[in-house]
Design a protein around this ligand. Structure first.
Ligand code: GLU
Length: 484
């Protein structure tokens, strides 16, 4: 059996978008599921779109996402070079273009801009496409040679038939047949000598022994032309998997405007790379059972590209947040603290028992930036309303709370040990003496020391963090507030 070989073939044009990462992930999973090779190829032949530093972003992102390639610019596996601009220098694209010319499957075109501007155009998928009229196909061999000798600028075009049909197979979309008359004679080699993506992807996927190609379905309409190239060369067409669009909540193409369209945006927003990868795996793919939490190892084991759905996948930030929260809950405590510390420091500064506070919030946040909102009351008692003392289930109201706070104040003033346990024992003794429920006492105390309806911990844990002096100040303030 042939070894499965996949490639992620990004163009270094900026940040790594969720859709790019999904292609990379699926390519990685297809290869690793079958013990195959996953390759990185940099497609930088479109010099105008090249963005400085973009290759570094790609490398950083793949590394952080755990998508380790077996071959690539930094890891030679015998199929290099792995950067297209370097492949151009080896003459490989020109050599294959010449082969097509010999087979009459391609031809030189010397038409200048002015002539091309006068040609018919057609609207294909919303874009105005120029339909080349095969003018240069009729040039004689001698005429071509003369022009080449004279240094006339040229491109090399694919020579597509005007009759018949071409059929290709996509794993998700099935067999797709198009009329050859719809296939334009696309440029294979540009006037700068560089290949177009349209040509390079075929030459490279073949010469690098790629078996499976996963890419966005924006390439679906060009695929018949790629298949014609494979056939012209007599090469085997790889397995094609064209992925559905990723949309935002409004079913519009996920764009920069959403604020969370790239991997690095999401990392900056405090998401864990494991959670991002897990979530992205599910953007179009689902396992047989309804499981949702997958480590990369589990994805490798369970991933089957035949289960990818054709319908557009909606990027749901709420769902990603939930998933991230699940990862935080499951995270080892020390690691959680290490990652939470900068956020805790930013929210609280010095003087607090940060590891203890980290443990309190671990199961209550979805992303690290949620920490501030959970813990800010430790630093400063927020303004709150006396209404908050009234709680139906706890059977408390303003009067009962005033009574409780006034009675526990002297106990707490005398208390020396402000550890959670000791405070709890003292208050429990008071509860028993009073013959009431715990909540009847703990609710007003927690309200007074936190000023919040919801806190990451109970009254005594909060007082332990605040210490005696600050706890008493807040309880006295509560009493004042309740006295009106
Ligand atoms: N360089 C192309 C892109 O970044 C890759 C498409 C493909 O995977 O073939 O869109």
């Amino acid at each position: 059996m042939t070894k499965i070989r996949t490639r992620y073939a990004p163009s270094p044009t900026g940040k790594m978008h969720v859709g790019n990462l999904r292609s990379a992930l699926y390519e990685f999973l297809i290869a690793k599921h079958a013990d195959g090779d996953f390759m990185l190829r940099i497609e930088d032949t479109d010099q105008e779109r090249f963005v400085e530093g973009a290759t570094e972003i790609i490398n950083r992102t793949l590394k952080r996402a755990g998508l380790v390639h077996d071959e690539g610019p930094d890891k030679d596996g015998g199929y290099g070079p792995y950067v297209q601009s370097e492949r151009v220098k080896t003459g490989i694209y020109m050599k294959y273009a010449q082969e097509l010319i010999e087979k009459k499957e391609a031809y030189y075109c010397f038409c200048d801009k002015e002539r091309l501007a006068g040609l018919k155009t057609e609207i294909v998928e919303g874009k105005e496409i120029m339909i080349y009229d095969k003018h240069c196909l009729s040039l004689s061999k001698e005429e071509v040679e003369q022009k080449l000798k004279a240094g006339t600028p040229f491109v090399i075009r694919q020579n597509n038939p005007t009759e018949g049909t071409t059929t290709f197979h996509d794993e998700l979309y099935g067999d797709i047949t198009v009329n050859n008359s719809e296939l334009d004679d696309m440029i294979l080699i540009k006037s700068d000598g560089y290949p177009t993506y349209n040509f390079a992807n075929v030459v490279d996927d073949h010469t690098m022994n790629i078996t499976h190609v996963v890419r966005g379905n924006e390439y679906l309409s060009s695929s018949p032309k790629y298949v014609r190239l494979y056939e012209a060369f007599g090469w085997q067409v790889p397995v094609y998997v064209h992925l559905p669009l990723i949309t935002d909540e409004n079913h519009k193409k996920l764009s920069k405007r959403s604020g969370h369209s790239s991997f690095e945006d999401l990392i900056e927003q405090g998401f864990l790379s494991e959670a991002i990868v897990n979530y992205i795996a599910l953007l179009g793919w689902s396992p047989e059972d309804n499981r949702e939490i997958f480590s990369l190892e589990e994805l490798i084991k369970d991933f089957d590209y035949r289960r990818i759905s054709k319908s557009p996948a909606v990027f749901d930030i709420v769902k990603l947040k939930w998933m991230n929260g699940e990862y935080l809950k499951a995270m080892e405590a020390d690691l959680f603290y290490e990652m939470a510390e900068p956020y805790l420091k930013e929210a609280l500064g010095e003087g607090f028992d940060l590891p203890k506070i980290a443990a309190m919030v671990k199961t209550r946040i979805e992303v690290f930036p949620d920490i501030a909102g959970q813990v800010d009351f430790f630093k400063k008692l927020p303004e709150y309303d006396a209404e908050m003392y009234t709680h139906k289930k706890m059977k408390t109201d303003a009067a009962s709370s005033l009574e409780v706070l006034s009675e526990v104040l002297p106990i707490l003033e005398q208390q020396e040990d402000y550890s959670n346990d000791a405070l709890y024992q003292s208050l429990l003794a008071y509860v028993e003496k009073k013959g009431c429920k715990n909540g009847y006492v703990m609710w007003p105390i927690r309200t007074a020391v936190s000023g919040k309806q919801m806190t990451p911990a109970g009254a005594t844990e909060i007082m332990e963090i605040l210490g005696k002096e600050e706890s008493l100040i807040r309880i006295r303030k509560g009493i004042e507030k309740l006295r009106g």
